[in-house]
Design a protein around this ligand. Structure first.
Ligand code: PMP
Length: 353
């Protein structure tokens, strides 16, 4: 610690889902997609010439932004690409919030990176407790004195989605910046991207990690009014001018143009989600209604910590947050039919049935 800055000593970093290597686990703890990326991604990677890696990538990721623009129905100049949506979310805080401003408002139970970013950049946090049923009351959020809002839709780790009509009402009334983290939108289908053409105060952040089965490649994008995209570009260029490497740009451009493949595969994830939800409920779990690729579930007999540890012992990884209000729950990523079956077998064994 001797050589660390005071800031580095004091921060509490975000903890990503574990990746233990002691044995082979059924990995249902980081919301990865159980299915492989599109065959068009394989073709793009095979076509890619490694000799081109001697050059820096296009810093503006123009070809990828054009592909994203085409798929999302927006001009490429309204698209920003980054090294995972985590990086884009990180850039949002210094780009849109002031340390001496009214702060960033978000829910108490949401993506746990938001408070880490606030603390790191010295931005005040305005935290709204979710209602009893884990829904977000947008009217209460609106009433907070904040410079802007960060809303994950669907939310994590609850999986609850907010319909587009309600999001639009919120954006319209707020008069302040609304950042929508749509990491799990491919499993819900109510994206606010169309709102970015009508309102200059909404920024939608998306990722290739979940809905495009590309968590290993690290790419995300944001869509919004040109002035917001410019803000992100300014801050990006204070850290790293080339966050998206050229192989990644080629792979992701191929992915986003294969809408037919992904709508089929994500449809399967949604089908498996509902199967798994029914099976968990039969086993006595209370399961929140999920519009994402994971389920947030509470056992009627064991604590969240016991479910997590018991499953890990049996070779299945799920995520447990040892935090007030949610420590009785575990978050279970929807896997393939076989993976979900293994989870259910492990649970039966754990619950002694
Ligand atoms: N937002 C939410 C709500 C998430 O759960 C995640 C994944 N941990 C991300 C953003 C970041 O995803 P990525 O950096 O892989 O794009």
């Amino acid at each position: 610690m001797r050589y660390l800055s005071e800031k580095a000593k004091k921060i509490s970093p975000y903890t990503a889902g574990e990746q233990p290597k002691d044995k082979k686990y059924v990995k249902l703890n980081t919301n990865e997609n159980p299915y492989p990326p599109s065959p068009k991604v394989r073709a793009a990677v095979e076509k890619f010439d490694p000799a081109s890696l001697k050059l820096y990538p296009d810093p503006t990721a123009k070809a990828l932004r054009e592909a994203i623009g085409q798929a999302e129905g927006v001009p490429a100049e309204n698209v920003f690409c980054g090294n995972g949506s985590d990086e884009i979310l990180a850039l949002c805080f210094p780009a849109f919030f002031d340390p001496d401003g009214d702060g960033a408002a978000f829910a108490d139970i949401t993506y746990s990176f938001y408070p880490v970013f606030c603390d790191f950049f010295g931005i005040p946090k305005r935290i709204l407790p979710l209602d009893e049923d884990f829904t977000l009351d947008l009217e209460k959020l609106l009433a907070l004195p904040a410079q802007g809002f960060v809303v994950a839709n669907p939310n994590a780790p609850t999986g609850i989605g907010i319909p587009l009509g309600e999001v639009e009402g919120f954006v319209k009334k707020s008069g302040r910046l609304v950042i929508l983290d749509e990491a799990y939108m491919p499993f819900f289908g109510e994206s606010a991207v169309p709102l970015t053409k009508k309102y200059d105060n909404v920024l939608v952040v998306k990722t290739f990690s979940k809905g495009y089965s590309l968590a290993g490649i690290r790419c995300g994008y944001a869509i919004g009014d040109r002035s917001l995209i410019e803000g992100l570009e300014r801050v990006r260029d204070c850290f790293n001018s080339y966050p998206v490497d050229s192989l990644c740009q080629a792979a992701c451009a191929a992915a986003i143009l294969d809408a037919e493949y992904y709508s089929r595969m994500n449809g399967l994830v949604i089908f498996e989600r509902e199967q798994l939800r029914g099976a968990l409920e039969k086993m006595g779990f209370f399961v929140l209604p999920s519009r994402s690729n994971f389920l947030f579930a509470k056992s009627n007999s064991l604590s969240g910590g016991k479910v997590y540890a018991g499953l890990k012992e049996r070779g299945v990884l799920v995520r447990w947050f040892d935090k007030p209000k949610i420590s009785d729950f575990v978050r279970i990523t929807v896997g393939s039919a076989e993976e979900n079956e293994k989870l259910l077998e492990a649970l039966k064994d754990l619950l002694g049935r």
